[in-house]
Design a protein around this ligand. Structure first.
Ligand SMILES: [Zn+2]
Length: 467
């Protein structure tokens, strides 16, 4: 085993050495997606972070079982399927297919275990029944079942919210049969037109929180090492998961509660009503997937990310410059061998420090600056360094593309993005140059530059790039 990994644990509110419950075996669960609409950048970010976490743990010698779920029954799915006049399960299946396709396109690794709420219903019914037996939950004459928050003394230990504060944070379900306003539904009786399952309390379906508790329980047993999710899930979702599971088992549920930051778009929360959701399929049409990953991973996973066009443009520019260096090195010294070499120590240290991808990426700027210099000086040792960069950073999903392919894709895009006005000026300059009117061609070049573009002669003509 290598040096210690540290993770920020939301439960203790500090960075802790990572020590799994059972030797070097890691049980890891991340709350997945509710497939009620197409996947957006928030879904991508969360899936990317936990995929990288898993891959890094494996690289460090841990044996990881990573589980993710689909919350495939939910109010929004039901509403959407009613609107489209298709059964809820069909709609959810279709969306899951779409989302899986996007995750594959972004080369997000599959979890070891896929879980689906609708395939775990009998276990949920058993789990809820046990909570009722233990006096931790109660059913109502309407056929609902609630968790009794008063019976769990440690309620609030994750979020730090005392019960009266907690009330501000939840949408209270109005129900005359609820014993306390904080009590939350474990089982919801079916309303007209809703999908349902038979249960001891009548026709209904599980509440959202109990699904994750039970999917964990059936996959891993009483305790797990890492429970992850977006920070928006910390309360009430994860607080309630703790209450349910620990009430049943009497043991601490997850040892490390890990939460990733949230995505903002131009300073605003991403939401359907604002119409600012960045869909995964649109993003990869506009940018290479590595550009999007680079943009996201420049942040530490805790902090919220503010997405702007500039963030992607800058990331594209940086990666483009890096790939240029790789391409130059290849031209000069031949293809990369793909053999591992160790420049990765700094990278590993950064990643051991609570998965600091921000720091890991920051090293690239100096590495490539030095590499450029070495190539210029004909120093072949640059190949070892760059080989190692390619190997090391593949863990973050970077430098997996062929350098020339990446470069030509960005070049093509830049050509398309160039306004006609600039293209006309460049053509005029080209004509002036052919006529040997260098005064005119120079002044046209300056004019183009003042408008934010560079025109450069190439072997078979000229090319325009954005500055
Ligand atoms: Zn969950």
């Amino acid at each position: 085993m290598n040096k210690n990994i540290k993770f920020y644990n939301s439960l203790s509110r500090q960075k802790e050495d990572f020590v799994p419950l059972d030797d070097h075996n890691v049980k890891m669960y991340a709350c997945g997606i509710t497939p009620s609409a197409e996947a957006h950048i928030g879904h991508l970010y969360q899936a990317l972070i936990y995929d990288i976490m898993r891959k890094f743990l494996v690289k460090e010698g841990y044996k990881v079982i990573y589980a993710r779920n689909y919350t495939d029954v939910d109010d929004k799915i039901i509403a959407k399927s009613n609107e489209l006049h298709v059964p809820a399960n069909e709609y959810a299946e279709k969306m899951i297919e779409e989302i899986d396709k996007e995750m594959q396109a972004f080369q997000i690794g599959e979890p070891d275990v896929w879980l689906y709420a609708t395939k775990t219903i009998p276990d949920m019914i058993k789990f809820i029944s046990k909570l009722i037996e233990k006096g931790k939950a109660y059913s109502t004459p309407n056929g609902d079942v609630y968790f009794s928050v008063d019976t769990f003394r440690e309620y609030g230990k994750l979020s730090g919210r005392r019960t009266e504060e907690a009330l501000d944070g939840v949408r209270i379900e109005n129900d005359e049969f609820k014993k306390s306003p904080l009590d939350f539904a474990l089982w919801k009786s079916a309303k007209e037109g809703e999908p349902y399952w038979e249960s001891p309390w009548g026709k209904g379906r599980p509440g959202w929180h109990i699904e994750c508790s039970v999917m964990n329980y059936v996959t891993f047993g009483e305790q797990i090492d890492i429970h992850g999710g977006g920070r928006d899930l910390l309360f009430p979702h994860h607080e309630n998961e703790i209450a349910q599971t620990e009430s049943l088992t009497g043991k601490p549920f997850a040892k490390y509660w890990i939460h990733n930051g949230l995505i903002r778009v131009n300073g605003q929360k991403m939401s359907k009503s604002l119409g600012n959701s960045l869909l995964m399929k649109d993003l990869r049409r506009d940018y290479h997937i590595e550009v999007i990953k680079f943009a996201l991973l420049q942040n530490s996973y805790h902090t919220d990310i503010n997405i702007t066009d500039k963030l992607f443009e800058d990331s594209e520019k940086h990666l483009y410059n890096f790939y240029k260096v790789l391409s130059e090195a290849e031209d000069k010294f031949g293809k990369f061998s793909g053999v591992d070499a160790s420049v990765g120590e700094n990278f590993d240290d950064a990643m051991r420090d609570d998965l600091n991808t921000s720091k890991a990426i920051s090293y690239l700027f100096n590495i490539f600056k030095d590499a450029k210099e070495k190539i210029k000086n004909g120093d072949k040792s640059v190949m070892t360094t760059l080989n190692s960069v390619i190997n090391t950073y593949s863990l973050l999903g970077l430098f997996k593309e062929n350098p020339k392919t990446f470069i030509s894709q960005v070049d093509e895009k830049m050509k398309i993005d160039i306004p006609n006005e600039i293209k006309d000026l460049a053509e005029k300059r080209w004509q002036a140059k052919k006529e040997k009117n260098f005064a005119l061609s120079d002044s046209l070049r300056d004019e183009i530059q003042s408008k934010g573009y560079l025109v450069k002669d190439t072997r078979d003509g000229y090319e325009i790039t954005k500055i």
